[in-house]
Ligand binder design. Sequence first.
Ligand SMILES: CC(C)(COP(=O)(O)OP(=O)(O)OC[C@H]1O[C@@H](n2cnc3c(N)ncnc32)[C@H](O)[C@@H]1OP(=O)(O)O)[C@@H](O)C(=O)NCCC(=O)NCCS
Length: 150
Amino acid sequence: MAEEVPGRIRKFKIDDINEIVEIEEQAFPKTPYSKEAFLSYANSFPDSFVVIETGKDILGYIIFDMSGHIHSTAVKPAYRRKGFGKMLFMHALKCAKERLWLEVRSKNIGAIRFYKKLGMKIVGKIPNYYETDDALIMVLRQREEPDAHK
Ligand SMILES: CC(C)(COP(=O)(O)OP(=O)(O)OC[C@H]1O[C@@H](n2cnc3c(N)ncnc32)[C@H](O)[C@@H]1OP(=O)(O)O)[C@@H](O)C(=O)NCCC(=O)NCCS
């Protein structure tokens, strides 16, 4: 059983790559991103590919961009339901200027519940976006459009 640990968020470093790939393969056993894909993300988003760690182990990661698009996020199975996914999400929310949005497999019920709990809403669906599933588009807007009458 995972011990109770505080998490610290920091930017991805190249030495993290094997741990990230391991977390990815546990989270998405059928369709994991490759090591090369993560290295490409690190190159494209050096400030917004972040990990949460204990000081010893990496517990999870999130990759987002400045449009607020979450490209991927995962937490190690033994450390789920302890608030680490939420900490990563809140970090992205703080950095993104206006909104967070993502595509999620329509069959990924756990992740959809997680995102709904954090305030995201389903705003669309892309049929057959994945080989064997549809994608739901989920969005969280930081604030409503300014009211012209105020
Ligand atoms: C989705 C994921 C990142 C959530 O990480 P986490 O650290 O377990 O999430 P948190 O502990 O911060 O959860 C916050 C709240 O979200 C909700 N939630 C999280 N996971 C849930 C699940 N599987 N089912 C229902 N609700 C869930 C709960 O309300 C939870 O609060 P609670 O535990 O006090 O009830 C994690 O389950 C994961 O890595 N899944 C596999 C990869 C994946 O599907 N990524 C998303 C792809 S788009």
